[in-house]
Design a binder for this molecule. Structure first.
Ligand code: A2P
Length: 340
């Protein structure tokens, strides 16, 4: 028999994503019977608010997962490695927002607007992986193009907000920015160089091929989610001094010719996408416009003057919402609608 309320645990409840997960569960009236907040022993014992109630934060290490229906995980890959098997063994379904399980063949990697049909594969391991934030927003725009005219090659450059690196990174940008006006030096600790008034062309660790892991994630995850195993995609990922909202400049070469107007028509009906694309000052989306919103915004659509089948566009979304918490909760909504 279908339940009318679910026991939900958030692992990483005190973090940048965990905080917004709590907000979105309440905002979307997710049928939560009990909400359990988990973090490390550092913040266990503290309290956080949820839907007008004050809830205690528990130490994940001491937690018994019996009775949990859904685990929303956003505490880093190392924590997912430890706690996902425990949660699954106790009968929970884990929706994991870290990179720990994304590339395993028997674990579905899901963007609800793009490949909702894969959710059912959770039955194999009890885990559904939530993709990387930069991949999710790009794929909302690429999926309709892939379906309509095919993708020959994708070149993407990202302009990524510090919130993607967590609360300490948000604080580092804030403290360094204030420091500059007060002529105080605030040395970097989260990022390798100063992020305030700067752009850093490294996100995550370097790989043997010279790309960073963030850049390779965009390739690996796009291939898996679009189910195009030989998709040609190259990314350059850059951290910029923005608090919330990732921006991306995307260039695609399609297999069949698609005009700029044709792309506008496709994206106008793409789920989760909003167009803001006039050729007037300010009539394009920015990170500030997207922050706090659910949609992925596309603008600056134009034909590539260097290639007959090329198109350029600009994609912006709130990296903590659509890039993480919202995408996970949309997955949870489909999971309970169809399976639990
Ligand atoms: P804590 O507050 O106890 O450090 P952010 O992405 O903003 O950096 O947040 C990371 C989140 O993941 C925080 O809630 C943090 O809890 C939690 N976390 C990090 N490591 C662990 C761990 N080993 N076990 C449980 N929670 C963890």
């Amino acid at each position: 028999m279908k339940k009318n309320a679910y026991t939900v645990a958030i692992l990483g409840a005190t973090g940048a994503v965990g905080e917004v997960m709590r907000e979105i569960l309440a905002e979307r009236n997710f049928p939560v019977g009990e909400l359990i907040l988990l973090a490390s022993e550092r913040s266990a014992g503290g309290t956080l608010d949820y839907a007008g109630k004050t809830l205690r934060v528990h130490d994940a290490e001491q937690f018994d997962w019996q009775g949990v229906d859904i685990g929303l995980f956003s505490a880093g890959a190392a924590a997912s490695e430890i706690y996902a098997p425990r949660a699954v063994a106790a009968g929970a379904v884990v929706i994991d927002n870290t990179s720990r399980y994304r590339y395993e063949d028997d674990i579905p990697l899901v963007v609800p607007e793009v490949n909702p049909q894969r959710i059912t594969d959770y039955r194999q391991r009890g885990i559904i992986a939530n993709p990387n934030c930069s991949t999710i927003q790009m794929l909302l725009a690429l999926k309709p193009i892939a379906d309509a005219v095919g993708l020959e090659r994708v070149v993407v450059s990202t302009y990524q907000a510090v919130s993607g690196a967590g609360n300490r990174a948000i604080q580092e940008l804030g403290r360094q920015t204030l420091g500059i006006f007060k002529q105080e030096d605030v040395p970097p600790s989260v990022f390798p160089k100063r992020i305030a008034f700067n752009c850093l062309p490294q996100i995550d660790v370097f790989q043997e091929n010279g790309y960073t892991k963030e850049e390779m994630k965009m390739l690996w995850e796009s291939r898996k989610i679009l189910e195009i195993p030989d998709l040609a995609l190259t990314a350059t990922c850059v951290r910029v001094p923005v608090f919330y909202g990732h921006s991306e400049a995307v260039n695609v070469v399609t297999k069949e010719k698609l005009s700029a107007d044709g792309l506008r028509q496709l994206l106008a009906k793409a789920p989760g996408v909003e167009l803001l694309d006039e050729r007037e000052p300010g009539a394009w989306p920015t990170a500030l416009d997207a922050a706090g919103k659910d949609s992925t915004w596309v603008g600056r659509i134009r034909e590539d003057c260097s290639h007959e089948r090329g198109l350029n566009f600009w994609v912006v979304a709130d990296n903590i919402r659509k890039g993480a918490a919202l995408n996970s909760i949309q997955i949870a909504e489909m999971l309970i609608r169809d399976h639990l």
